[in-house]
Design a protein around this ligand. Sequence first.
Ligand SMILES: Nc1ncnc2c1ncn2[C@@H]1O[C@H](COP(=O)(O)OP(=O)(O)OP(=O)(O)O)[C@@H](O)[C@H]1O
Length: 261
Amino acid sequence: MLKIDNITVQYGNNKPTIEDFNLEISSGEIVAIVGESGSGKTTVIRSVLGLLPGQGKVTKGDIVFEGDSLLKYTDKQWNQCRGTKMSMIFQDCGSMINPNRRIGSQFVEYIRVHENMPKDKAKEKAIEMLDRMRLPQAKDIMRKYPFQLSGGQRQRVGIAMAMTFQPKLLIADEPTSALDVTTQSQIIKEMMELRDKYNTSIMIVTHNLAVALYMADKIIVMKDGEVVDRGNRDEILNNPKSDYTKRLLASVPTWREERHA
Ligand SMILES: Nc1ncnc2c1ncn2[C@@H]1O[C@H](COP(=O)(O)OP(=O)(O)OP(=O)(O)O)[C@@H](O)[C@H]1O
């Protein structure tokens, strides 16, 4: 479904931020990229989304999505792809939700940018999506401004928007780090349900190894632009290769002798 094939990414003439990076995601698979700040996680997902900032560029390798190279996508192809086949959610929905506009008006506009439909139909669709993301009183939510919602509610709105067109790939950058622990675990469970229901592949970036161990089928641990460990949950948990991963594991809380993720 998505193949990141040996890419090197560089910002201007600086030393490459990531080198020879590989990752394959199948349909319905959840992959987590874990690592500390500055390790290159966001660079990987921005490369996939074609949204590298500044002078960022993929200088080597290829990124293939459903058989086509994303590196060769035209602006038109990107517009058809982002928000529909490939969607993203961010920490506290940062770039998705405008703080100065009511949820309803921006959700309706978001839908109509991607699909030609009358306003009332788009509104129905928005309410249906909010309902699905377990936001009770969806009609009330539509009338509210983002600041009138809790962090968890805002994040559910972001996920509802991202899931509107049932994307094949959902890319999530630290989607729960702004939330309290209880809301964090609810949102994570809800994301896993999306995978089960729609077979959405999910690529999640997190600095929290516990979150990765809980939800991901495949985990990649990065440090200073390099992959220092990769494997499924059991491999990372029981047979980590790098000292860095071992240290991260040691910091995951334990409970009754059992490591809890
Ligand atoms: N716009 C940019 N211009 C130049 N260099 C950049 C830019 N963005 C990132 N970098 C370089 O890439 C490195 C990795 O950054 P990146 O944002 O990918 O890390 P990260 O693991 O996602 O960190 P965080 O968790 O803080 O978001 C940075 O240390 C920096 O050297």
